[in-house]
Design a binder for this molecule. Sequence first.
Ligand code: MEV
Length: 329
Amino acid sequence: MSGRPGLASNAAPRRVATGAAPGKVILFGEHAAVYGRPALAAALGRGLGATVEADPDGPVLHLPAWGQTVRLRPGPDGRAGFESLPRAFAAALDAAGLHGPTARAIAVTLDGALPPSVGLGSSAAFAVSLLRALSAWAGAPLDDAALLDAAYSVEQVFHGTPSGVDHTVATLGGCLRFQRGAVPTFVRVPIGRPVPLVVAFAPRDTTGRDVVAGLRSRRDALPTVYERLFDAIGELTSAGEAALAAGDLPALGRLFDLNHEILRACGVSSAVNDELVALSRRHGALGAKLTGAGGGGAVIALVPGDPAPLLQAVGRAGHGAFATTLDDP
Ligand code: MEV
């Protein structure tokens, strides 16, 4: 007993609304997904969570893990690479139906263990967790279909015309086969046996958006050549889906290696991606590939044994890494 029981019972409860969403890894099919080929992607066990509360000085968005504070007016906030955040925040407020100064008198804190801008779906997790929290705060939580639409509009602020794979996995979770089209299709993919991964990552030399745009101009200059590369990636995605369902980890590893080599041919890998893939292969990986847009950023390695030697080697090379396991939810 505090001796002052009246204090606690008289205090108005602090009203908050929350929302969360996972990051993702693309197992097969990044870039080819933009050109209508299937991709296989899975939610990560780490992501972002958003908390909304009243703030008369709002709207303000705090991103402590990314060292950012975002207000909707131009100002000194925002490091290079994060310029889209105020527009994305504004798009999310609109999509959640929070219009006008009274509705927007809020502070949002968005935090989590997902590194930004390395191809692990941080912008999609940002969009989905933010929209979940904002729409709950507005008293009209978005269902999955509305969330997919709204998250796509926020993702467009960051990425132009993304395929949609990232925010679909962030919304629905699990492991999905995704295919872009007039109406995107996605189906749940069974995982026959847990898949032990090491995710290693380094800062990008560029943005994911620029990597996608660079490939677009190379593809437009030589469409038949690049379309064949995308076809090959599409076939690897189907083979990967079968290996995943069968729990055939050695086959999955070989397919990772092949997918990485085709991504190199597409010109989207970088020295640091190749370094992390080589390091993975030297430290017990059955296969490894870049994941996401490339140009730096993340690599996934299939490591069935102890991941510690690879995690330490990546750390010694000055990069980040964590171990995770993909399994049926
Ligand atoms: C980015 O996570 C995946 C890409 O295929 C782009 C996209 O699908 O929009 C590189």
